[in-house]
Design a protein around this ligand. Structure first.
Ligand SMILES: Nc1nc2c(ncn2[C@@H]2O[C@H](COP(=O)(O)OP(=O)(O)OP(=O)(O)O)[C@@H](O)[C@H]2O)c(=O)[nH]1
Length: 315
């Protein structure tokens, strides 16, 4: 007798807070030959997608930008998933082994899973094989305390991966591990550094999580920084912004043109990451908009960002 779920396409949901390392982890898995015959869907809350630049190894890639897939971007996700299911049934037969969905850092994977289960078409064609949530070992404890969303993400997982595991101070990482075990005792937990599996720290003490205060919503802001030449001004502006308003800046990412080529600039909380030169070859998904920075945070307004950039910007 056929098992329930047999024949349905497997869906892996890859979630985690802003900057937790979802694209980095997925890129490494693709490099290692994992998810080789999967359709990769990348969701970004901002309208200017960047993550697909890191996922050139994907055989099939769709980008859903400009709306988080658990809320305002949900109709687009449902319709794309139906389309992928359609393509993989019928005469042509199955072209892929499954779907890997990288959610935006603002998505609750539990809400996505519930929406899929409630959709009569998807419920017949898809089954969620794993909900994998990445937790940033450097910022995870603070996020779990301050952001209800980070907690909801951790609780929704059946697999948790502590990323940046080798960069974190072992005591703090051990406390984070103990806190995660308290929050989600059923989840399998492992560690990773740049996508590579590494040992977990010794478990420490679970930190009591204070109920988060009411906060303004986190949302993306777009800043046009112009064409070539803005690089030095941009790094000075970003350092000044993080010094002055670091608590409100959750994530910054963007692509700027420099004499050395296209540069991917990003920060997670106050940590500015080393810039990365992007290959000029054709990449999966839409071409990136150059000279555009996406800032994801709270309590900003577009005019204020413009003004502050003009203080530093070239010309
Ligand atoms: N040292 C270290 N850095 C990491 C690791 N994972 C990610 N990073 C860095 O953290 C930054 C954010 O990584 P991404 O993979 O873009 O994170 P993300 O979760 O896809 O980000 P969003 O889509 O914006 O939520 C990048 O600068 C990465 O190089 C890790 O395991 N170790």
């Amino acid at each position: 007798m056929a098992e329930p779920g047999e024949g349905r396409l497997g869906l892996t949901i890859l979630g985690g807070f802003l900057g937790a390392g979802k694209s980095t982890w997925a890129r490494h898995q693709l490099h290692e030959g994992q998810f080789a015959r999967h359709h990769l869907i990348v969701n970004e809350a901002a309208g200017t997608p960047v993550d697909n630049l890191l996922l050139g190894g994907a055989a099939r890639l769709s980008v859903l930008a400009g709306g988080c897939a658990c809320c305002e971007g949900l109709p687009a996700l449902i319709s794309l998933l139906r389309h992928v299911c359609d393509e993989n049934t019928g005469a042509a037969g199955r072209q892929i082994d499954g779907i890997l969905l990288e959610t935006s850092g603002l998505a609750d994977p539990g809400a996505i899973a519930r929406a899929i289960a409630a959709d009569p078409v998807l419920a017949r064609h898809l089954r969620i094989t794993t909900t994998l949530v990445l937790i940033d070992a450097l910022h995870g404890l603070a996020q779990l305390s301050a952001e209800p969303l980070a907690r909801a993400q951790a609780e929704a997982a059946d697999r948790l991966i502590l990323t940046k595991a080798m960069r974190a101070e072992p005591g703090a990482a051990g406390d984070l591990l103990a806190t995660l075990r308290l929050l989600n005792p059923a989840a399998d937990i492992s560690g990773a550094e740049l996508g590579l599996a590494v040992a977990l720290p010794e478990p420490g003490t679970a930190r009591l999580l204070a109920g988060p205060e009411r906060q303004a919503p986190i949302r993306p802001w777009r800043l046009d920084v112009g064409a070539e030449g803005a690089w030095v001004a941009l790094s000075t502006w970003l350092s000044a912004l993080l010094a002055a308003r670091g608590e409100d800046v959750v994530r910054v990412k963007g692509v700027v043109r420099t004499p050395a080529g296209r540069l991917l600039l990003q920060s997670v909380r106050r940590v500015v990451q080393p810039p990365e030169i992007l290959p000029e070859t054709e990449l999966a998904g839409p071409a990136p908009e150059e000279g555009v920075i996406v800032l994801i945070g709270r309590n900003f307004d577009a005019a204020m960002l413009e003004r502050s950039w003009r203080l530093f910007g070239p010309g």
